[in-house]
Design a protein around this ligand. Structure first.
Ligand code: ADP
Length: 358
């Protein structure tokens, strides 16, 4: 196991593109960290700098307190699982698992013991004699994970390992990887663009955008206390609703209706009169009908999507659109006019210019 320190890491590619800016993070021994963000935000670049596959342009990377910038991938003792899990097609599952240990010259009996132990953890014991082509996508991915964990390294790096699987397999593998992590306890960094994977697997999530860290926190912290509009919109499905407007007499307009922030949020909006503010509320944080200690909004129902455990209700308020998540038994009729309440405690306010939370 290992603890990692990333100090002001920057990556400038040879073509001059600055892909990662001043990345700072301490990763504890045994922690499961997820880097999340849209495609191109610098997740893989950061992971590859940690792996030793990409040169660090500036900054310090420390493993167990020792500078590791100049160490090669092998010396860093990291194991990686990639999106394309590239098993050796002509080798059995047993040989695929054993391969790296054979290369390292580990004794045959030790290899056998480790292969069986790894296969057991991953539920692959019955498939050891098979070739990869005789396995399902999920089983192949498990072999790829197995090849990484069999090496017993302290740092486990995974780059979108589930993206080649179908939706059901992804959900199964998600919990399996979490379970394996609990069992082997290796410090793990996992890259994904999928906020659900991040929320369900991580001890802490690092949200990235355009090469910059936006926020680091537990899933709970990111969901309930987002630092800015980007994080608030990225974490949660469907995303948070935002209403942007210029503050006038303590109010902003939600379509043709006024939301009076002056009474309840006077402290937060002090100095914002005449400036832009973003008002945010989560689709699931509303109550249908009128309720005390809430903003009440009248709206028109455009469309409803019954998903089984909830219904997404697409609404318009004047010219504004938003989504409400309601109990399927309360699904309103399309084209009807309804009123919903946003409890004061579920309101998020952001600076319209910096987009930082107030
Ligand atoms: P992510 O993993 O978040 O999708 P990447 O780390 O792969 O993003 O890429 C971050 C940015 O760096 C992207 O804009 C990408 O186009 C750019 N990039 C990646 N590799 C190179 C390279 N070898 N040369 C120049 N730019 C690159």
């Amino acid at each position: 196991m290992a603890y990692l320190e990333l100090r002001n890491l920057n990556k400038i590619y040879p073509n001059g593109f600055h892909a990662v800016h001043n990345f700072n993070l301490d990763i504890e021994q045994g922690e499961f960290i997820v880097f999340v963000g849209s495609s191109g935000c610098g997740k893989s670049t950061t992971l590859r700098m940690i792996a030793g596959l990409e040169e660090i342009s500036s900054g310090d990377f420390l493993i167990n307190g020792k500078r590791a910038n100049e160490l090669g991938p092998r010396q860093r003792e990291v194991a990686m699982v990639f999106q394309s899990y590239a098993l050796y097609p002509q080798m059995t599952v047993y040989d695929n698992l054993a391969f790296s240990l054979t290369l390292e010259g580990v004794d045959e009996d030790v290899i056998e013991e480790r292969v069986y132990k790894t296969a057991k953890i991953l539920g692959l014991t019955d498939y050891l004699d098979r070739l990869p082509r005789a396995l399902s996508g999920g089983q192949r991915q498990r072999v790829a994970v197995g090849r990484a964990i069999i090496r017993k390294v302290g740092i486990f790096l995974m780059d979108e390992p589930l993206s080649n699987l179908d939706a059901k397999q992804r959900v199964t593998m998600r919990s399996e990887i979490t379970q394996i992590h609990k069992e082997i306890g290796a410090t793990t960094i996992y890259v994904t663009h999928d906020q659900t994977e991040a929320m369900t697997m991580a001890d802490r999530i690092v949200v990235m955008k355009d090469g910059y860290i936006q926020q680091v926190g537990t899933p709970h912290e990111l969901y309930f206390s987002p630092a800015n509009v980007f994080v608030a919109g990225f974490i949660g499905e469907p995303p948070m609703n935002f209403v942007k407007g210029v503050l006038k007499d303590g109010c902003i307009a939600f379509g043709d209706q006024q939301i009076d922030l002056g009474k309840k949020f006077a402290d937060k909006i002090a100095g914002y009169e005449g400036r832009e503010i973003v008002f945010g509320f989560r689709p699931e944080a509303i109550v249908l009908g009128k309720q005390d200690d809430s903003y009440q909004i009248g709206c028109n129902v455009e469309l409803t999507e019954m998903l089984g455990d909830n219904t997404n209700v697409y609404i318009t308020v004047g010219d504004r659109q938003a989504i409400l998540k309601v109990d399927p038994h309360d699904t309103p009729d399309t084209d009807s006019n309804i009123t919903f309440s946003i409890p004061y405690e579920s309101v998020y306010l952001f600076d319209g210019e910096t987009e930082n939370v107030l």
